[in-house]
Ligand binder design. Structure first.
Ligand SMILES: Nc1ncnc2c1ncn2[C@@H]1O[C@H](COP(=O)(O)OP(=O)(O)O)[C@@H](O)[C@H]1O
Ligand SMILES: [Mg+2]
Length: 224
């Protein structure tokens, strides 16, 4: 089994005026390709910070993140943007869909940024919506979707450019428990059937236990 993500002594310190906020402290772990890893921990324990570092939304203060053979800290802005576009697909608690775009157009957008020709974009986005069980929702706007449907669109969008890894930050945090379970099952099937590596942040220890190959617990920015 090959390692897709290798994190070594990773730290992130935020600065608020003169105050230092160490959000992630000397964290090290590895993720095997095709595995399902969950990160649990209380609010403020550094989970989102860690995920954002892996997603290239933020840069480490120290330590290294090797993703698919590349060290993220050594990438210039352009190559870090490529990592965000093609390396990982991110999913958030609040879905983060563009409100003025239809479900289909929300998925088409990352394909446009990736330079996929217009006809192919539409074909691919349509197929992705079907894949997440939303074939009948192409022209719906986010406000016309239920929470579970909106998260499915966000998952389809995350898959658009065929990322190596899905980074999910509390993907069920805004959903009722049965809808949450459906979303988790969708992630499990992407992992089991498509071999996608999944790194999921969750509050929900029980779900993490049920679906993950391994679990990391963060406390005050450190692994315990
Ligand atoms: N952009 C930021 N600027 C300053 N402090 C931040 C920033 N983002 C997060 N933090 C702080 O870092 C710590 C970890 O936050 P976060 O990673 O969001 O935790 P979690 O996702 O586990 O709730 C918290 O103390 C939080 O207040
Ligand atoms: Mg968080």
């Amino acid at each position: 089994m090959s390692t897709i993500l290798s994190i070594h002594n990773l730290s992130k310190i935020y600065h608020k005026g003169k105050v230092e906020i160490p959000a992630v402290k000397e964290v090290s772990f590895e993720v095997t390709q095709g595995s399902y890893l969950s990160i649990v921990g209380k609010s403020g324990s550094g989970k989102s910070t860690l995920l954002n570092l892996v997603g290239g939304l933020d840069r480490p203060t120290s330590g290294t993140i090797q993703f698919n053979g590349k060290e993220l800290g050594k990438l210039n802005r352009y190559h870090l943007a490529l990592h965000r576009r093609f390396g990982v697909g991110m999913i958030f608690q609040s879905f983060n869909l563009l409100p003025r775009r239809t479900a289909l157009d929300n998925i088409i957008l990352p394909l446009t940024f990736a330079g996929v020709p217009s006809r192919k974009r539409k074909q691919r986005a349509t197929k992705l919506l079907e894949q997440v069980g939303l074939g009948g929702r192409t022209t719906h706007f986010p406000s016309e979707l239920s929470g579970g449907e909106a998260q499915r669109v966000a998952i389809a969008r995350a898959l658009a450019n065929e990322p190596k890894m899905i980074l999910a930050d509390e993907p069920t945090g805004n959903l009722d428990s049965s809808t949450a379970n459906e979303i988790i099952q969708l992630l499990v099937s992407l992992n089991k059937d498509k071999g996608l590596t999944i790194l999921m942040v969750t509050h929900d220890r029980e779900t993490a236990d049920a679906v993950s190959d391994s679990i990391i617990t963060l406390k005050d920015g450190s692994i315990i």
